[in-house]
Design a protein around this ligand. Sequence first.
Ligand code: ATP
Ligand code: MG
Length: 282
Amino acid sequence: MATYQHAEAILHVENVGVAYGEKQIIEHITFTEKDVLRPDVVQGQTIAFVGRSGRGKSTLFRSLAGLEQPTQGEVMISDLQAPIKEGENPPLRKVREGDVGFVSQNYVLFRHKTIQQAMEFAMRKQSLPAAEKDKKITQYLKDWGLYAVRHQYPNELSGGQRQRTAILEQVLSSTNYIILDEPFSGLDVGNIQNAINAFRLINQSHELATIIFCTHDIDLAVEMADSLYVLGYPTNADGTLHPVGTLVKHFDLKTRGLAWKDHFSPEHKALVEEIKEAILAS
Ligand SMILES: Nc1ncnc2c1ncn2[C@@H]1O[C@H](COP(=O)(O)OP(=O)(O)OP(=O)(O)O)[C@@H](O)[C@H]1O
Ligand SMILES: [Mg+2]
């Protein structure tokens, strides 16, 4: 089993709820994710959310990204700008819009920018020499099957090409957190593999690199995540479901020895079934 230690919290969500008018969509969402330290490996966190359609994943994600102020509770992330001493972890502060890279389920692209221009714009704040930036962009575009269409505008792209562009924009511009709302839907098997590889690389680029995503593909969630939450409706005492989304189950793949594996084992498969049961029951 992989050995690891927990360090400081990197994400703390305290009693978050969101209501639209009278209608409570999600409530009582509380969880903490900690930096995980693995000997001799730089490894950020990968956190997956799964659950049936309409349970509030996208709603929660907008709050996690600071795009929407939750009606109740708060979302705290590591303050990477805070002055800290060598070897110390940054303190937590309330998330603000722009802290976190966000790829929405209804991804939006700059209509007046070609893919190439969008990538250059995404990297504008990085202090790399122009030639290095260009090399990096070219490599990503090739890996993600976008190189041939790099001079085309969003209205000249397929849905999958637009989605990959939206993800890459965040990959290239993000600091430490990337939140992806169903990043795999609409991608073909090759694109999915490229996306998985890219997320692994991001994850291993920085000790605090954090990827948060949701998906309806439970196999993929189990393959990628080291921590997985089921967002669903909790069960009332009389056996009926209470129709407000909350975290009904947490699966820690690290404690199960299933995180960071190259192979999808029978234990992974068994976990997929366990997760599906939890989803169906909520
Ligand atoms: N702006 C809004 N005003 C009112 N209700 C909303 C609004 N946005 C979302 N909802 C409702 O909140 C609930 C949760 O929606 P949300 O998009 O978060 O679900 P989801 O889990 O992401 O679903 P899916 O898996 O289909 O993407 C739905 O019932 C939806 O109709
Ligand atoms: Mg959604």
